[in-house]
Design a protein around this ligand. Structure first.
Ligand code: TPP
Ligand code: SF4
Length: 485
C-alpha cells in the first residue's frame, strides 16, 4: 500500500489488558480525543523500536495521566505532584543502564514542579521528559495552568487570563533553553497527522539521546483536552493548530551536547576516612529474642474512632522491637469519627516489597461492615478475628478459620470500651503467636502516657490472650451456623 505498512496491533510496550477496572480492560481511562493516549502511543512505539522497553522506567505524574503505569509494560513509579524529574534523577543515578522517562502535564511540570524541572535540566540529568501542554489543569476540572493563554477562560480565570493579574503564559522550552546544560529541547504538536509524525521523531530522538548517554532532553507536546476545553475532539485539534501553536511556536530550541568542563576527580574515601575519624563498629541492635516471631500480613478494619490505626501501629512497633521488617499502611475516609478505617500491617524477616496487602493472612474485623467487606479477601487457610460472639446468621467464611472474640464486650467489662482494640491485639498475639506478648506490654509502656489508661491496656492485652486460651478451642473451625468453636 504505497510503501506504508499497515499494522493492526498495539505496541508491545503496552500491556495486553489494562487491569485498572474489572470491565473495559481494552481501553484507557482518557476522554475521547485526549492527546495523552496519542502521546503514550508515540512513546510506546519508540521504546519498542529502540529495543529499550525492558530497561525503561516510566515516572507517572499526578494529573490525568496518573494511571500511565496501567498501560506501559515497563518499570513504573508514580510520584507526588511535580516531583517526577527529582524521582527520575534518583532512578537514573541508581540505575544508569535504565532508560528513565518523566511524563508530566503542564500543571504538574510548569506549576507545582517548576523547581524540579529547572534543576533537573540544569544538572543535565541523562533523562527524557515528555511534557504534555494542554493549556489547562485537566484532572481537577480546568483551573488555569501556567500555559493557559491570555484571555483563555478557566475555572480560576473566569474572565479570561489577564496578563496584569496572572502573568503571561510560561514558555517552558524557551525557559530551559536559556540553561547551558540541556542537550535537546523541542516543541511538537498533536494537531494533525503530519505533526504527530514529527512528534514521534522527537520522542524517539530524545530516547535515543538518553540511550547514548547524551544528557537531558525535553519534548513539549501540545495536546488536545477536548473535555475541559468543551470542544469536539476535531475542533480541539484544530484549536491547537490555529490558536495554541501561535502562542507556543513549534521548533527545536536546543540540539547539541553541552560542552562542560570535566568534573574534578574525587578520591574514593569512606566517610570515616574523609572525616579522619575511626571507623565505628557496625551498630547491631541487641536482639532480645530470636524465637517466636512470625511473618504475617494483617488487615485491621472497623469504624474510625475504634483505634484501628493505633492497633496497627502498636503491632508494627512490636515488630520493630523484635528487629523485624515492618510496614504499616493506613487508609481512612475524610470523616474523623464513624467513617470506615482500615490499615495494613506486614511483619517480615525479609525486606517488604509492597505496603499493600490485597490478600491478608489475618483479617481483624472490628465491625460487621468490615467483616462482610473484607472476609473474602483473606487467603485460603487464613484467619478472621471478628469482634462478636458469633458470625451474622446469614454469613459464613469458607476459606479461612474464624475466631470470634467479643473484644468490645470484654473491654466494657474491664472498664472502658476504648480498649477493645487492645483486647483484640492480645487475641491476635495469642492466636497467631506472631510476636511475644511481653513485647506488647513494652510497647504500651513506651507509648501510653496516661498511667490509668496504661493499666487498662495491660489488662486488655491479658484479657484478649486469656479469651483465646480459655474460650477458644485450639484448631477451632468456624461452623456453618456461624459459631467459632
Ligand atoms: C500537592 C498537590 N497539589 C495539588 C493537587 C491537585 N491536583 C491533582 S492533578 C492537578 C492538575 C494536573 O494538571 P496537569 O498537570 O496539567 O495534567 P492534566 O490533568 O491536564 O493531564 C492538581 C492541581 C495534588 N494532587 N497534589
Ligand atoms: S480531561 Fe482533558 S487531559 Fe484529562 S483525560 Fe480528559 S481530555 Fe485528556
Amino acid at each position: 500500500m504505497n510503501g506504508y505498512e499497515v499494522i493492526h496491533e498495539k505496541s508491545p510496550a503496552f500491556y495486553d489488558r489494562y487491569e485498572r477496572k474489572g470491565e473495559l480492560q481494552h481501553q484507557t481511562h482518557y476522554c475521547p480525543g485526549c492527546g495523552h493516549g496519542v502521546a503514550h502511543k508515540l512513546i510506546a512505539e519508540a521504546l519498542t523500536e529502540l529495543g529499550v522497553q525492558d530497561r525503561a522506567i516510566l515516572v507517572s505524574p499526578v494529573g490525568c495521566s496518573v494511571f500511565a503505569y496501567y498501560y506501559f509494560d515497563v518499570g513504573n513509579v508514580q510520584v507526588a505532584h511535580g516531583r517526577a524529574p527529582a524521582a527520575a534523577t534518583a532512578l537514573k543515578r541508581a540505575h544508569p543502564e535504565s532508560i528513565v522517562i518523566s511524563y508530566q502535564g503542564d500543571g504538574d511540570l510548569a506549576a507545582i514542579g517548576t523547581a524540579e524541572i529547572v534543576h533537573a535540566a540544569n544538572r543535565g540529568e541523562n533523562i527524557c521528559v515528555f511534557f504534555i501542554n494542554n493549556s489547562i489543569y485537566g484532572m481537577t476540572g480546568g483551573q488555569m495552568a501556567p500555559t493557559t493563554l491570555v484571555g483563555q477562560v478557566s475555572t480560576t480565570s473566569p474572565w479570561g487570563r489577564r496578563p496584569g493579574n496572572e502573568g503571561l503564559p510560561l514558555h517552558v522550552c524557551e525557559l530551559l533553553a536559556s540553561l547551558e546544560t540541556p542537550t535537546y529541547i523541542e516543541r511538537v504538536a498533536l494537531n494533525d497527522m503530519k505533526n504527530i509524525m514529527k512528534a514521534k521523531k522527537a520522542v524517539k530522538k530524545a530516547l535515543e539521546i538518553q540511550k547514548n548517554g547524551g544528557g537531558f532532553s525535553l519534548v513539549e507536546i501540545l495536546s488536545p483536552c477536548p473535555t475541559i476545553l468543551k470542544m469536539d475532539p476535531i475542533v480541539a485539534r484544530k484549536w491547537i493548530g490555529e490558536t495554541l501553536m501561535k502562542a507556543f511556536p513549534l521548533g527545536v530550541f536546543r540540539d547539541h551536547k553541552p560542552d562542560l568542563p570535566p568534573n574534578a576527580k574525587v578520591p574514593h574515601k569512606s566517610v570515616a576516612e574523609a572525616l579522619e575519624v575511626e571507623e565505628a563498629a557496625p551498630q547491631v541492635p541487641a536482639v532480645r529474642r530470636h524465637h517466636h516471631t512470625r511473618d504475617l500480613t494483617v488487615k485491621i478494619a472497623g469504624f474510625g474512632g475504634q483505634g484501628i490505626l493505633l492497633m496497627g501501629q502498636l503491632l508494627a512497633e512490636m515488630g520493630l522491637r523484635e528487629n523485624m521488617e515492618v510496614c504499616w499502611l493506613p487508609s481512612y475516609g475524610p470523616e474523623m469519627r464513624s467513617g470506615s478505617a482500615h490499615c495494613h500491617v506486614t511483619l517480615a524477616h525479609d525486606r517488604i516489597g509492597t505496603p499493600l496487602i490485597s490478600q491478608p493472612e489475618v483479617l481483624i474485623a472490628m465491625n460487621e461492615l468490615s467483616l462482610r467487606k473484607f472476609a473474602a479477601s483473606v487467603v485460603s487457610g487464613g484467619l478472621v478475628l471478628y469482634n462478636q460472639t458469633r458470625l451474622p446468621e446469614d454469613f459464613s467464611v469458607s476459606q479461612a478459620r474464624v475466631v470470634c472474640v467479643p473484644a468490645s464486650e470484654i473491654a466494657d467489662r474491664i472498664g472502658s470500651a476504648k480498649v477493645a482494640n487492645v483486647v483484640m491485639l492480645g487475641a491476635l498475639l495469642e492466636e497467631t503467636e506472631c510476636l511475644p506478648a511481653e513485647s506488647a506490654v513494652d510497647v504500651l509502656e513506651a507509648t501510653v502516657k496516661n498511667p490509668k489508661l496504661l493499666d487498662l491496656d495491660k489488662l486488655a492485652i491479658a484479657a484478649g490472650r486469656g479469651y483465646i486460651d480459655t474460650e477458644v478451642e485450639v484448631g477451632a473451625v468456624s461452623q456453618p451456623d456461624g459459631y467459632s468453636y
